[in-house]
Design a protein around this ligand. Structure first.
Ligand code: GLU
Length: 242
């Protein structure tokens, strides 16, 4: 198997030392095994991403001597390497999920979502989506979409135990009932981080996902997406924070 790693910064500020360290692990692991190190810009948060911070991050990594084999500046066979330029690809997968009823449109307003969050907070319980649009008939949903109602798309999450097998952390178990049906496509049409990352890691043939342990709690969501899409899992390695 060819080792392919990636560093996937969000261009929302400077490259910080923790990010540089994660990049270094990915770079060295790929180089030590004759593989490739990919740089991918995760700019799906339209409000917080800026071209200036992308430029600073890419330049800082070069300044550190970590030149990627593929990336926004270098190009490569699995590009584009900027998520905002890959929306058509994500849509292809979303259409498939909707078609198979593995995902569904949710018309919750921001006010409704805030209210859910507040009442969960008051009760001291995790904020889990109550599934209020999970059973909306497809025809009704289509009518609302045609009428121009804003909606996001949620993954149908089956109740199950999810085991993350991690090269550093070992076996870590999660209960999907504490996750609930979560958003994969936001109402602005952009994919969420968890969704885009799964599609891109697969499409870019990433073999090892090496990242900070702060992302471990995102991994069960990503595994649920992998399963729904029928995609193989990469190997995970969640490294300590500095
Ligand atoms: N874009 C994410 C971040 O900047 C990293 C995603 C990942 O490594 O899976 O934290």
């Amino acid at each position: 198997m060819t080792v392919r790693t990636r560093f996937a910064p969000s261009p929302t500020g400077f490259l910080h030392v923790g990010g540089a360290r994660t990049a270094l692990f990915n770079y060295l692991f790929a180089k030590a095994r004759g593989g490739q190190y990919v740089l991918r810009v995760e700019d799906t948060d339209q409000e917080r991403s800026t071209p200036e911070s992308e430029r600073m991050i890419l330049d800082s990594l070069k300044w550190l001597g970590m030149f990627p084999d593929e990336g926004p500046d270098e190009g490569g066979p699995y590009g584009p390497y900027r998520q905002s330029e890959r929306l058509t690809l994500y849509k292809k997968y979303t259409d498939m999920l909707l078609e198979k009823d593995l995902a569904y449109p949710c018309f919750c307003t921001e006010a409704e979502l805030e209210q859910m969050q507040e009442s969960a907070k008051k009760l001291g319980v995790p904020n889990i989506y109550d599934g209020r649009y999970a059973a909306l008939p497809k025809a009704d949903a289509e009518k609302r979409i045609a009428a121009g109602d804003r909606y996001s798309i949620r993954l149908r999450v089956p109740a199950e135990e999810i085991v993350v097998t991690d090269l550093v952390q070992g076996r870590v178990k999660f209960d999907s009932r504490l996750i609930g049906d979560f958003i994969i496509v936001k109402s602005d049409g952009f994919p969420t981080y968890n969704y885009a990352v799964v599609i891109d890691d697969f499409e870019m043939k990433i073999s090892h996902v090496i990242r900070g342990v702060g992302h471990l709690s995102n991994t069960p969501r990503q595994i649920l997406i992998h399963k729904a899409l029928g995609l193989p899992l990469p190997q995970y390695a969640h490294i300590s924070e500095i």
